[in-house]
Design a protein around this ligand. Sequence first.
Ligand SMILES: [Zn+2]
Length: 191
Amino acid sequence: MGISKLTEEQVYEYDVNVKFYNNTRVVVDTEITPVYCMACSNQTGGLYHYDGSRYGQVGTVSCDVCHAEIFCTDDDNYRYQIHMSTKEYYNRFLCTKEEFDNKYRRVTLDFSKLYLLSESVFETLTQKGFDLSELGAYTQLSSINQLIREQYARPIPELNLYLDSKIRRVPPVVQEWYQILNELEIAEFKA
Ligand SMILES: [Zn+2]
């Protein structure tokens, strides 16, 4: 369990696991995440190895902009979303999620949305003629990128893209995925 900052070399070593349930439902399990600080409203520098939780408590990181301590929690299952707050861990027995979010300024990164790994995106890829059937039920985003690059067989511009203005830097494997989806006009990005 835990969350720890990666070096600029290490950020290339971590992937996003993608599970296809019954060939349709998509479940994301990421090993790498950005961190957003609600105390100063900035994305912290760097990217982080997200190694899951124990009973929902992931760990803390220090904001390198304002030095606030950021508490990270999740749902103790797949790493499909992470919650970050500036005061303390969310305890479901003390208050509702809404009360907690208001009181402790909590942000949730939903990786299906942030990394654009959803059923509709894969459906659109299939409609555009890409054959993803050789991917296993449990695969990684780097393998998906590689398979689409092989089938597309044209160069894809290396643009610096982002989806959410809060999170302008995403893991390299996700940046490559953004570039592919941008080239194929499957999603709209800011640059
Ligand atoms: Zn901060």
